[in-house]
Ligand binder design. Structure first.
Ligand SMILES: [Zn+2]
Length: 307
């Protein structure tokens, strides 16, 4: 049964959520929030949440219960600017499409770039936590079924007593600059993408590896170049399924070393500032990463000359 339709209203201000992490120690937090009429809920189904008029469409906690939608797991996302609790409800994959009236289920990777930044942050947070709650119910040490604790932010194993927390896999993503000109960058075309789509080089940090070594190794493997001047630029959580993308800018030792690995990367190419500008405007044949991605931000920052 769908929830009752909301009254027509102006687009609300963007949702901002303070994680209020200290509150998670309170064992009664979720029960009290579920009984509080001011609590709002972000339902998440796989990597999607309801979106209406360019905003996350949160629902009232009572409405979700009345709609008889089974909730796999609850978690406390934090508190909104008005102090009301914001909960995550992890729904089954087959939760009804029309659960939230006038809203569309949108995947984070598709809709995240169109939402206000504070809402994209809440959405990312919710999808990451939901993925862990859904996919990691068993203790990795002894295989027993675990119980959630800390308002959905940890799992306790009743058999061996271990505590488990959501995991994050660090991955590096690198904008590679020419040694010869400030106006050239090296991008690669991935075998999986096809066509004229190019992006920065990226890959996971391996066990025991520093981020700087991961940058040198991944870029070296994919494009053949050695790197100098590795500089950290910023990060982006990317819960597909649980990556933390760490963005870097680096300069090659010698431009002529560039060559594709022929497996993961089918082509590497030097682009000048004018070509990148054309592609950023969506003109010309070359496609760049989407606006929600840190790859796009790395390229955009370079193009705009940001130090
Ligand atoms: Zn265990």
């Amino acid at each position: 049964m769908p929830l009752p339709a909301p009254a027509p209203a102006e687009v609300p201000p963007p949702l901002r959520v303070d994680r209020s992490g200290a509150e998670r120690d309170d064992d009664g937090l979720l029960d009290r929030a579920c009984a509080d009429a001011t609590t709002r809920v972000l339902p998440v189904r796989r990597d999607a949440a309801p979106v209406r008029a360019g905003r996350l469409a949160l629902v009232e906690v009572g409405g979700l219960a009345a709609a008889s939608v089974p909730v796999h797991e609850w978690a406390f996302l934090g508190r909104g600017a008005d102090g009301a609790a914001v909960l995550l409800a992890v729904l089954a994959d087959d939760a009804p499409e029309d659960l939230v009236p006038d809203a569309e289920w949108a995947a984070l990777r598709a809709a995240g770039g169109d939402l206000p930044a504070s809402e994209a942050e809440v959405f990312t947070n919710a999808v990451a936590l939901a993925g862990w709650l859904r996919d990691a119910p068993f203790c990795p040490a002894c295989g027993s079924r675990t119980e959630t604790r800390h308002a959905g932010w940890s799992r306790h194993c009743p058999a061996c007593g271990r505590e488990h927390f959501p995991r994050t896999d660090p991955a590096v993503i690198v904008l590679v600059q020419s040694a010869e000109s400030e106006d050239w960058i090296l991008l690669g075309a991935n075998a999986a993408w096809g066509g004229d789509r190019y992006s920065c080089f990226a890959g996971f940090a391996e066990a025991g590896e520093s981020l700087e070594d991961a940058v040198r190794r991944e870029v070296g493997e994919e494009s053949g170049v050695r790197l100098d001047d590795i500089e950290y630029r910023g990060s982006q959580a990317w819960p597909y399924p649980r990556s933390l993308m760490l963005g870097f800018r680096a300069r090659v030792v010698a431009d002529a070393e560039a060559r594709a690995d022929g497996e993961e990367i089918v082509e590497v190419r030097w682009f000048d500032r004018e070509e990148i500008g054309t592609a950023l405007r969506g003109e010309g044949p070359v496609q760049l990463p989407g606006p929600a991605s840190i790859a796009r931000r790395l390229i955009d920052d370079w193009f705009r000359g940001l130090a």
